[in-house]
Design a binder for this molecule. Structure first.
Ligand SMILES: *[C@@H]1O[C@H](CO)[C@@H](O)[C@H](O)[C@H]1NC(C)=O
Ligand SMILES: *[C@@H]1O[C@H](CO)[C@@H](O)[C@H](O)[C@H]1NC(C)=O
Ligand SMILES: *[C@@H]1O[C@H](CO)[C@@H](O)[C@H](O)[C@H]1NC(C)=O
Ligand SMILES: *[C@@H]1O[C@H](CO)[C@@H](O)[C@H](O)[C@H]1NC(C)=O
Ligand SMILES: *[C@@H]1O[C@H](CO)[C@@H](O)[C@H](O)[C@H]1NC(C)=O
Ligand SMILES: *[C@@H]1O[C@H](CO)[C@@H](O)[C@H](O)[C@H]1NC(C)=O
Ligand SMILES: *[C@@H]1O[C@H](CO)[C@@H](O)[C@H](O)[C@H]1NC(C)=O
Ligand SMILES: *[C@@H]1O[C@H](CO)[C@@H](O)[C@H](O)[C@H]1NC(C)=O
Ligand SMILES: *[C@@H]1O[C@H](CO)[C@@H](O)[C@H](O)[C@H]1NC(C)=O
Ligand SMILES: *[C@@H]1O[C@H](CO)[C@@H](O)[C@H](O)[C@H]1NC(C)=O
Ligand SMILES: *[C@@H]1O[C@H](CO)[C@@H](O)[C@H](O)[C@H]1NC(C)=O
Ligand SMILES: *[C@@H]1O[C@H](CO)[C@@H](O)[C@H](O)[C@H]1NC(C)=O
Length: 529
């Protein structure tokens, strides 16, 4: 059976936005499929164009105002509506009479250059081509209804905003095209592409609830002692899987991969209950509960012997309760887990010529060609008690590349890291992050790097939200927590963002105001002002 690795689902899933209360009218701009006829990697070249989708909100706009463009990143652009209707860009547009815009990323949503997707016609999906789309857009767009105004980047200031992958994109946009983009706010921007990103789990380990993290580490250790230290004892492995409810044994690596699935919910946390998921809290509360939460399954009785075989105390009631509750939790929440306990059939290798037009496939292509971010357990330093089994190797997590695209070479991360990687910096690029963001170690806020002094030209700010200020009671700043805002309805109910988020958003509005003043100073007398 084929189970996709934990790694790849994560970036696109974020944030878990609900439908925005606002909807916007979609527009298209025709852009070249191939901006780089000089680069052989895109051969055979094409002069064709395709329709790139965008949306805008002119409700705060006044002539002379700036354009705030939200890079939609690796998802359908409609998923970013809340950032336009009630997020930080809304605050910026209000403060400076700006136009808020969302531009979809090529090969996502409805912005596909080809009717049918094959490995070959995926070749124009690269970060540099996508960046060039944004530049082309900034110089050529004519906003419907505002035709009498020239709002292109040569006439009015453009500021780019993005979170996560899109956060890296906007940072690169400013650095590569400083004449087009006056500034960029890079929120949790992953400026470093990293093939072996085991460090994804470090913020979870360091900032997750201590008792819960210890329970996960103990279970991981227990399982690894049985599957790795006793690698030859298949009877024991079958008993372990049976105790976890899998009656027909599956591949041990697939099995431990399933056990790690709930870790993905840490990143889906957000300070706004309408946006974030409470699931990590549920998971922790389940696996640390002292009382049984689920009826025993028919193999629970095997657990004491398994504990003993792993060198643990077979009568430790806490440990037994934790394990039984985790088994019950997995059985009730992880869909693929349930499926795997029912069937263990091998799907045949299907290299169908048409690939699905979905965000997961497109992001996986980017991962396999340029970005990496495979998340193994095997390479976690031995001084660390891992959250993920050491059976999960880099090769296992990267297997999706040959399977889906027949790509057998490593991603060429130099195409990304040439822009600066963890050392990325550039005037008028704000580097914002969250202290407990699993992506933190792929950003200039990575743990262990020397801190930087935050200035108005290069704001460098990390959100740290104390546990008591977050609805799930777990310390935050996770992934681009500065980008979303409350709906009118939530404000009406008296909800407020955590103080740390309010403070950062005020600060963003302030320093962007300074950048806009610099533009005024530099552009006095430019046409159209
Ligand atoms: C945008 O282009 C797509 C694909 O060519 C087309 O299906 C859609 O109708 C266009 N939308 C608008 C608003 O023009
Ligand atoms: C292709 O052109 C771009 C500028 O448009 C330049 O940055 C790049 O170095 C060129 N590549 C080659 C192989 O000449
Ligand atoms: C694109 O157009 C240019 C100029 O018309 C032409 O020289 C080139 O051969 C065309 N390329 C392709 C791939 O059609
Ligand atoms: C896309 O695929 C469908 C079904 O395989 C086929 O009928 C159609 O001709 C293809 N279109 C193009 C442009 O290749
Ligand atoms: C395998 O593990 C089982 C269960 O703990 C044990 O009874 C058996 O002796 C072990 N077999 C070998 C060959 O070590
Ligand atoms: C999973 O849930 C089903 C139905 O709730 C139950 O019959 C089964 O025993 C459970 N399995 C485990 C391993 O808990
Ligand atoms: C389990 O799957 C991994 C990765 O696909 C493979 O390396 C390993 O040999 C498999 N183990 C067994 C026992 O088939
Ligand atoms: C256990 O997890 C389930 C599924 O998320 C949740 O509904 C339930 O409330 C949790 N139980 C406890 C005691 O936290
Ligand atoms: C548990 O029940 C399943 C069927 O639901 C069965 O295949 C399996 O052998 C049972 N395991 C034990 C240890 O009795
Ligand atoms: C195992 O734990 C129990 C209490 O939970 C304790 O009484 C017993 O001494 C422990 N056994 C070992 C070998 O540590
Ligand atoms: C029982 O297990 C828990 C959780 O792993 C551990 O903290 C505790 O020290 C263990 N107690 C005994 C008596 O071994
Ligand atoms: C996979 O790529 C290799 C070359 O890298 C090629 O020889 C092989 O035919 C390809 N396989 C498929 C199924 O496309």
């Amino acid at each position: 059976m084929r189970i996709s690795s934990l790694a790849l689902g994560l970036l696109p899933a974020l944030p878990q936005v609900l439908a925005s209360p606002a909807t916007y009218t979609a527009h298209n701009i025709s852009v070249p499929i191939d901006h780089f006829h000089n680069e052989t990697r895109y051969a055979p070249h094409t002069n064709n164009t395709f329709d790139l989708r965008y949306w805008f909100d002119a409700s705060h706009y006044a002539p002379g105002g700036p354009v705030f463009i939200i890079a939609a990143g690796e998802t359908n652009g409609e998923d970013r509506f809340p950032f336009l209707s009630q997020g930080i860009v809304t605050q910026l547009a209000e403060a400076y009479n700006g136009l808020g815009v969302i531009l979809e990323h090529r090969y996502y949503g409805e912005s596909y250059p080809f009717e049918n997707l094959t490995v070959e016609n995926f070749r124009f999906l690269s970060t540099e081509q996508a960046l060039a789309d944004y530049v082309y857009f900034a110089h050529n767009v004519v906003f419907p209804g505002l035709e009498d105004l020239d709002l292109t980047a040569s006439k009015v200031p453009w500021i780019a905003y993005g979170g996560s992958y899109a956060g890296a994109m906007v940072a690169f946009l400013r650095k590569l095209y400083p004449e087009t983009f006056l500034g960029a706010v890079s929120s949790s921007g992953v400026t470093a592409a990293i093939i072996d990103y085991w460090a994804y789990f470090e913020p979870i380990r360091n900032y997750g609830p201590a008792q819960c993290i210890d329970a996960i580490q103990t279970r991981t250790d227990l399982v690894d002692r049985l599957l790795i230290d006793k690698a030859d004892n298949e009877t024991l492995h079958a008993q372990l899987q049976a105790s976890f409810g899998i009656s027909k044994p599956i591949n041990n690596t697939d099995f431990v991969n399933l056990l790690s699935e709930p870790l993905g919910s840490f990143q889906s946390r957000n300070w706004d209950p309408a946006v974030g998921s409470y699931e990590f809290r549920h998971y922790c509360d389940n696996i640390t509960a002292a009382e049984p939460l689920y009826p025993p399954n028919n193999a629970t009785a095997l657990l004491p012997a398994l504990l003993e075989a792993a060198g643990y105390n077979r009568t430790n009631a806490t440990l037994l309760a934790n394990l039984r509750n985790e088994i019950g939790y997995l059985n009730h929440t992880v869909a693929s887990y349930i499926a795997s306990s029912e069937t263990s059939t091998n799907q045949s290798e299907s290299h169908s010529s048409n690939l699905p037009k979905d965000s997961g496939t497109s992001w996986t292509y980017q991962v396999c060609t340029e970005w990496g971010y495979f998340m193994p357990g095997s390479t976690v330093p031995s001084s660390i008690r891992p959250l993920l089994s050491r059976l999960i190797t880099l090769e296992y997590t990267a297997n999706v590349c040959p399977e889906t695209f027949n790509i057998t070479t490593s991603p060429d991360v130099s195409r990304i890291n040439k822009h600066g990687g963890l050392n990325f910096s550039y005037p008028r690029v704000a580097i914002l992050g969250g202290i407990a963001d699993p992506w933190r170690d792929a950003t200039p806020h990575a743990e262990g790097l020397p801190g930087r002094v935050s200035t108005d030209a290069e704001p460098f700010l990390l959100i740290d939200v104390p546990a008591e200020d977050v609805w799930d009671g777990i310390r935050g700043g996770v992934h681009h927590w500065d980008q979303n805002g409350l709906s009118e309805e939530e404000i009406g109910e008296g909800q407020k963002p955590p103080r740390a988020v309010v403070k950062l958003q005020k600060e963003i509005v302030r320093f962007v105001g300074g950048w806009l003043e610099e533009w005024e100073g530099e552009n006095v007398g430019r046409d159209g002002l």
